[in-house]
Design a protein. Structure first.
Length: 365
């Protein structure tokens, strides 16, 4: 569907994208994640044909942007963060206008508009002015213009920003419904949204792809050597902490999470790979503390994201430091060469003076 190869984008001396490569498969919902300034919007703008790359190639369904740009753009529906709406138009009027801009065949235009209205739940407001719609319905109109013409790929930039909880749920369900007929790329800062909606996740930091995998696999991967457990017991929290603190060869950093009605929940870490639950249970039983539950806490997408971004930031700082050291070394060698050249010039000048003096003496004789 989409193949991005060695994509680079420079703004003067600023590197926005640095050899970004990835592939998007058909029938998947992809989440695009990264901190502000990482290069997400630049990537989307290049993939949608709004921005030209400095170098690299983007292929949409086999059509290379820059060579077959019109054919490539026809395969994509795009909703930017701020929907491109005309507030003084009615919903149906606006969608007909967009259908014309997209060069949708006149014989199919009415059906395409009706299909977009139906899919996005706009039937009841199709005759209303866009400026009189709620934020949620305006967002639906933005999505409707993106799916007009039934493009294979839909790219959505922050589609739920500014919506209330009910509207967010509705938009998420709408995005999920596209999976059967479209490939979706969704950019969002809401990690729970990406985890809930997306099949795959692409993470960008400092203009580079730092992770590209299925959501499930990323959440199952441990980027920390420690495993985290949560345990709920019936008993005194101080006594429980005392027992857990004594198991120094098995666990570390036991902490109280909550306590109520004689029960308490605690968490602890372990770097052991085996099942440590029996050893912990026996130790608490010996202290006459009843274990109600004990489970390993699974990584959330947020845990994974923070770990990957931390690692990326550290590598970026190391790279900057290395480049600064190389620049300092080059400056040193340049200065050294300049000093040597200056010494040679001075030596040559001294020789010239001596020769002139000798010549003068010869002439006097």
């Amino acid at each position: 569907m989409i193949k991005v190869t060695n994509l680079c984008k420079l703004y003067g001396d600023k590197v926005a994208l640095d050899n970004v490569s990835f592939e998007v498969e058909a029938g998947h919902i992809y989440g695009l994640l990264g901190p502000n300034g990482a290069g997400k919007s630049t990537t989307m703008n290049i993939v949608t044909g709004y921005l030209a790359p400095t170098s690299g190639e983007v292929s949409i369904n086999g059509h290379v942007l820059g060579l077959e740009t019109r054919k490539a753009k026809k395969c994509i529906g795009y909703l930017p963060e701020i929907p491109p709406l005309y507030p003084d138009m009615m919903v149906r009027e606006y969608l007909n206008f967009v259908a014309g801009i997209k060069n949708i065949d006149k014989s199919k235009r009415i059906d395409e508009v009706e299909s977009a209205i139906e899919k996005t739940g706009l039937k009841d407001v199709s005759g209303r002015l866009i400026k009189n719609l709620s934020k949620g319905y305006k967002q639906r109109v933005g999505i409707a213009q993106a799916i007009l013409g039934s493009p294979d790929i839909i790219i959505l930039d922050e589609p739920t920003v500014g919506l209330d909880p009910q509207q967010i749920i509705e938009i998420r369900e709408l995005i999920r419904s596209f999976k059967d007929s479209h490939t979706v790329i969704l950019s969002s800062h809401i990690l729970s949204e990406i985890a809930e909606v997306c099949d795959d996740v692409l993470m960008i930091a400092h203009g580079k792809v730092v992770a590209c995998d299925t959501t499930e696999h990323l959440m199952s991967e441990s980027f920390d050597k420690s495993r985290i457990f949560e345990i709920t017991v019936k008993g005194d929290s101080e006594k429980t902490l005392e027992v857990l603190n004594s198991l120094t060869e098995i666990i570390k950093e036991p902490e109280l999470v909550s306590e109520s009605d004689g029960n308490c929940t605690l968490s602890f870490k372990t770097e052991l790979t085996g099942d440590i639950r029996p050893d912990v249970s026996f130790a608490l039983s010996d202290a006459r503390i009843l274990v109600l539950s004990m489970n390993e806490k699974k990584n959330s997408l947020e845990d994974t994201y923070l770990a990957i971004m931390k690692d990326s930031d550290e590598k970026y700082e190391e790279e900057l430091k290395r480049m600064e050291e190389e620049e300092d070394e080059e400056d040193f060698h340049e200065n050294e060469s300049a000093d040597d050249s200056s010494d040679e010039d001075e030596s040559a000048d001294d020789s010239s003076v001596e020769n002139d003096s000798d010549n003068e003496k010869k002439e006097e004789k």
